[in-house]
Design a protein around this ligand. Structure first.
Ligand code: CMP
Length: 139
């Protein structure tokens, strides 16, 4: 059964380019409520663990370097059908294939530096949210 929460990160490229405000505005204007929010920086160990599912991929090292090079914004978001609706809002992994008006179409540079993360399942949304936030930081 679909839950009503998903997890997102505004990735280092989006933060570096000053897009935090615009992206959060688009997220809340699209009906998502912010449950938890912080500016933080992942360590190499954090990024390796978070992306462990990709560890055999050729881009894994590049992905870990990218995700640790500067701060990110981590957030838990709430909305009916949150996981699926958020993935629609952010668009395809490759911004060249992302639909008009999606966050990646607007703000992402490439398939590697794609501005924003969205959980791909309810189970992963819960795991990823718990990776970054304790219960006392969820509202
Ligand atoms: P995301 O789907 O949020 O999580 C996995 C990340 O790996 C993805 O975003 C990109 O940042 C990165 N990624 C996926 N495919 C590639 C690729 N072909 N080359 C480089 N990075 C990639």
């Amino acid at each position: 059964m679909a839950t009503n929460r998903t997890f997102t990160m505004l990735k280092p490229d989006a933060v570096e380019k000053g897009h935090i405000g615009a992206i959060l505005e688009k997220i809340t204007a699209s009906g998502f409520r912010i449950v938890a929010l912080k500016l933080t920086q992942m360590t190499t160990a954090d990024a390796k663990a978070f992306y462990a599912v990709h560890k055999e991929r050729p881009f894994y090292g590049e992905l870990v370097d990218y995700m640790t090079r500067g701060p990110i914004v981590a957030a838990i978001l709430e909305k009916d059908n949150a996981v699926e609706d958020f993935r629609t809002l952010i668009g395809a992994t490759n911004p060249a294939e992302a639909a008009e008006g999606t966050i990646r179409k607007l703000y992402a540079a490439s398939i590697g530096e794609n501005a924003v993360h969205g959980s791909d399942s309810d189970d992963n949304a819960a795991i990823e949210g718990a990776f970054h936030f304790s219960g006392r930081d969820m509202f």
